[in-house]
Design a protein around this ligand. Sequence first.
Ligand code: GDP
Ligand code: MG
Length: 212
Amino acid sequence: MTRINLHRRGLMLVLSSPSGAGKTTLSRLLLAGDSGLVMSVSATTRPMRPGEIEGRDYYFLSSSEFTARRERGEFLEYAKVFGFDYGTPAQMVENTLSSGKDVLFDIDWQGTQHLKARAREDLVSVFILPPSTAELQQRLTTRAQDSAEIVAGRMAKAADEMSHWPEYDYVIVNEDVTEAHGQLRAILQAERLRRERQTGLPEFVQKLRGGG
Ligand SMILES: Nc1nc2c(ncn2[C@@H]2O[C@H](COP(=O)(O)OP(=O)(O)O)[C@@H](O)[C@H]2O)c(=O)[nH]1
Ligand SMILES: [Mg+2]
């Protein structure tokens, strides 16, 4: 049987959430089960955490290197988050989209707004909320990769971060990770089927109508 594979324009799937809402776990689950989705690895000036891998989690750069790349226009968007610089390298995103694959972004609300301004039609944004403050605190504490001071700081920022939920297309409350993963997959599947993203449709239907 011939598999019909209509040409489709790649989309940009953005996940944002306060620190500790489970975004990293959800991203990994989504990527593991979907070969058509590629993670955008950001550059950052924040120090590497235990367990993080250069080029997988982030490209860890010095401030001067980050600035040099920013000035060369190598970032699709960039923002300061919790005092460190973060930026999305443009090249990989462009290459992936033009190869017909989708790109997954783990960026904050500022980055989402920048991408929205630049590429609204290609952007699908999802905000992940924790089920409760207690649960958020718990997740940030048991992770224990940051100092107590950093955890407290992020807890305080979470309220600010969460105020941006109305700027997103979809909102998922991550109480159960399996369920949240299913919801995320459903969003991606539906968005891929949007008529305007299926750029091969006119030709396909023309052939159908002509009996070909
Ligand atoms: N605008 C923007 N935000 C980013 C980028 N990369 C990561 N972030 C955001 O920066 C924040 C801090 O990320 P991180 O240092 O990994 O700490 P986390 O809060 O534990 O995930 C999160 O909200 C990320 O989504 C980027 O390239 N651009
Ligand atoms: Mg993160």
